[in-house]
Design a protein around this ligand. Structure first.
Ligand SMILES: [Zn+2]
Length: 155
């Protein structure tokens, strides 16, 4: 089976919430694609319920693109502790941290309508929790985002 870089991260030696470079790829045509680990809660201590994470996905998909150029994708982690974000080029971790912080502020202050929530636009449109999404964003901001270095598991 192919090796997956996120399985090498020592999840016991990170301090969430944080922003971390999870991987950098160079395409055959010379472009760079960077994958970021945008961690919202401490791994193995606290997970976000799926309705809340789903709403965070819908909101961050728009807000991160407002604050950062060339965002390819923002997707929730299966462990429900954060998001992965793929970006063209290699923005500095501190710029990504600032963009994520602004986006979470936008989420915390978001109004009543979640974008893309209808049977036409979403695959599980009933499964959302805006109130808790706002609360999670506020909590993350209160805790303070850091730039986390990657510490690999010693095997
Ligand atoms: Zn959806």
């Amino acid at each position: 089976m192919a090796k997956v870089e996120s399985f090498d991260l020592d999840h016991t030696r990170v301090r969430a919430p944080y922003v971390r470079i999870a991987g950098v790829k160079h395409t055959p045509k010379g472009d760079t694609i960077t994958k970021y680990d945008l961690r919202l809660t401490q791994p193995n201590q606290e997970a976000i319920d799926s309705a809340t994470l789903h709403t965070l996905e819908h909101l961050l998909a728009g807000y991160l693109r407002d604050h950062l150029e060339n965002v390819l994708d923002v997707s929730p982690m299966g462990c429900r502790t954060g998001m992965y974000m793929a970006v063209i080029a290699e923005p500095a971790p501190d710029d990504v941290r600032a963009a994520f912080e602004k986006s979470l502020e936008n989420v915390a202050q978001h109004g009543e309508k979640i974008p893309g929530v209808s049977e036409l636009e979403c695959g599980n449109y009933r499964d959302h929790d805006l109130q808790n999404a706002r609360a999670v964003a506020r909590k993350v901001l209160d805790q303070g985002l850091i730039v986390q270095e990657t510490i690999n598991i010693q095997r």
